[in-house]
Design a binder for this molecule. Structure first.
Ligand code: THU
Length: 160
């Protein structure tokens, strides 16, 4: 028997002010996107912003539905919008943030498992890692070098 230990490296910044100006801009765009969240059921707003290789930024937010399983996460809304309009342009980075009416979120908010799978597929499709920047409303920012790091032992299309 052999034991494999999988490691994930996370860069921890004390606040968004420590980020490069480009990353600050991306996080700001994700925070602006929160305002467009349609979340009357959970009241939990999530905003995402992506940086494309052509320099463009796009953003999105979670979109809920009275039929709860149809709720769409901000990350998948944003990736789908970008890849629909610019299917050949790799996504270099994505900033994710969230806001709740019941508490000030001071910890970085990470994408759900389904979104991690979609982030991973998008990286494979474009053969480009997607840097992930995570922040709550305030506080520390986590930066992960690629979505693959958020999904160890990932399932991909190679066996299909
Ligand atoms: N949500 C996201 O937008 N992204 C995630 O990664 C996790 C959850 C949304 C879905 C739903 O509208 C609300 O947050 C509460 O789960």
């Amino acid at each position: 028997m052999k034991k494999h230990i999988l490691k994930t490296a996370i860069e921890v910044y004390t606040s968004e002010k420590e980020l490069s100006l480009k990353d600050q801009k991306l996080m700001k765009k994700a925070k602006q996107a929160l305002k467009k969240s349609y979340s009357p059921y959970s009241n939990f707003k999530v905003g995402a912003a992506i940086l494309l290789k052509n320099g463009k930024m796009m953003s999105g937010s979670n979109q809920e539905n009275a039929s709860y399983p149809l709720c769409l996460c901000a990350e998948r809304v944003t990736i789908s919008a970008a890849d629909s309009v610019h299917p050949k342009v790799p996504i270099l980075a994505m900033a994710i943030t969230a806001k709740s009416p019941s508490q000030t979120i001071t910890k970085p908010v990470a994408p759900c498992g389904a979104c991690r799978q979609v982030i991973f597929e998008t990286e494979m499709k474009h053969d480009t890692p997607m840097r992930i920047l995570l922040q709550g409303e305030t506080g520390k920012v986590y930066v992960i070098e690629g979505g693959k790091d958020l999904l160890p032992l990932s399932f991909d299309g190679s066996l299909l």
